[in-house]
Unconditional design. Sequence first.
Length: 200
Amino acid sequence: MSSSAKNILVGDIGATNARFTLLSNGNLNAISSFEVAKFGRFTDALAIFIKDHSRETRIHQALLAIAGPVRGERVALTNSCWVIDSRELRTVFDLQVRIVNDFEAVALSLPSLTSTDLAGIGNGRPEAGAPMAVLGPGTGLGVACLVDRSDRRVVIASEGGHATVAPTCEQEDRIVHHLRKRFGHVSAERVISGSGLENI
């Protein structure tokens, strides 16, 4: 990899795995994955990735998609103790960092998908110009919406996985009743996620 190439560190940071790669002149390089539970802090994992790649190139910019609500330049991950602060990353690693919610990033990708990227569910048909939603069960439940207008795209990032789950039959009532005894509030994430499958 040439040191003169423009390299941007790209990260997908969830509560189970943190994945990093370099975007070099428009091309993604190999992805490095780190188990979040093995690192006390985000900066510990990032330092390893940067050290492994700093012999080949200088990295000055980063774009991080993170599983948690973005507040200013900081994200406290929803299902992990990690806190990611772009000011800290600027100080420690000399990186200019942009952070976004992970499902905000997924929603922004929707207009770029083609029919080969999609599989139909049910008998619905897409309606041009209608808002689009993304949902993703993982460690938690990610939710976002995209309104794609000709003049601009608006993403509504959310913590929709924490909305109260609404049972629709007696069996679901029993599940929610059981989970309410354990957790108090029963969010969608309590049933639609990796740990949600275990709860059910």
